[in-house]
Design a protein around this ligand. Structure first.
Ligand SMILES: C[S@@+](CC[C@H](N)C(=O)[O-])C[C@H]1O[C@@H](n2cnc3c(N)ncnc32)[C@H](O)[C@@H]1O
Length: 255
């Protein structure tokens, strides 16, 4: 897969690509990432891509012709982009389903803004606008890296353990179950005994129940879309009926 990022600050993005699992995925050719400088499309010797907003007001706006020229270049790539994404706080919220969709593409183009963002006419030039959350950052570089990293970890071979993203929060339609490692007791807090029992069936059942519990408590809206079987529904009924089913109850008590 290929991901192309357009930014006014390539040096904010490039160092991130060298390290950890993302760097390894790129080194191993699972993912090709290209970072391109939007200033090349400034059309002037100063490299200035922004101008004052019509109607007045604070801040500067990135010109639509700059976005258009970058996208024209991207469309001429081989393969051409399947999606061109404008990163914007006003965009469609990024979620795991969108990430899974992006991970199935051959070529994804991400356009990072700065200042007050792009001239609104750029919105019609892309396939979609995407937001990484209801807050405003100074620029689209972190949002672009967020999309990139979320997509990269879904690519076959990108994670050390191929199974490790299958149970992730959102992938199963639920939040992930809680995980523990040594020591078994830390300042009085115990690892649930069932996880130390060596009984695979009990461990699986406990994990499913805890994933359902967490989702019910923290993100109940996910349950409407999650794939649930009869046993899950029965567990949910139990959890709903359980007045102690709040986060403070020790999961160790619940086997
Ligand atoms: C300071 S922001 C512009 C904010 C814009 N005036 C607004 O209020 O919607 C500059 C750039 O940062 C990026 N950005 C900031 N927050 C973002 C978010 N939550 N999701 C995606 N991109 C974001 C976008 O690329 C945006 O063009």
């Amino acid at each position: 897969m290929r991901i192309t990022i357009y930014t006014l600050f390539p040096q904010l993005v490039l160092p991130y690509l060298d390290e950890a699992l993302l760097g390894r995925a790129i080194d191993r050719g699972l993912l090709q990432v290209e970072v391109r400088d939007l200033r090349r499309f400034a059309g002037n010797r100063t490299g200035r891509v922004d101008d004052a907003p019509y109607g007045g007001g604070a801040g500067m706006v990135i010109r639509v012709d700059v976005a258009a020229a970058a996208l024209r270049e991207a469309v001429a790539d081989d393969p051409p982009p399947d999606e061109t994404v404008l990163l914007s706080p006003a965009g469609q919220p990024l979620d795991q389903r969108m990430v899974e969709h992006f991970a199935g593409l051959d070529h994804l183009v991400l356009l990072s803004g700065r200042y007050e963002g792009f001239d609104a006419r750029a919105e019609a030039l892309v396939t979609r606008e995407v937001s990484i959350g209801d807050f405003v950052l100074m620029g689209g570089e972190l949002p672009a890296l967020t999309v990139l990293e979320a997509v990269a970890r879904l690519l076959p071979g990108a994670l050390g353990d191929e199974d490790s993203h299958r149970q992730d929060s959102f992938t199963t339609g639920l939040l992930d179950y809680p995980e523990y490692t040594r020591p078994p007791t830390f300042e009085g807090a115990e690892v649930p005994e069932v996880l130390r029992s060596g009984h695979h069936g009990h461990v699986e059942r406990w994990r499913r129940r805890e994933a359902l519990r967490r989702t019910l408590q923290r993100h109940p809206d996910l349950l409407a879309r999650a794939e649930l079987d009869d046993r899950d529904r029965a567990l949910l009924d139990e959890l709903r009926a359980d007045d102690d089913g709040d986060e403070d109850a020790s999961p160790a008590d619940d086997r």
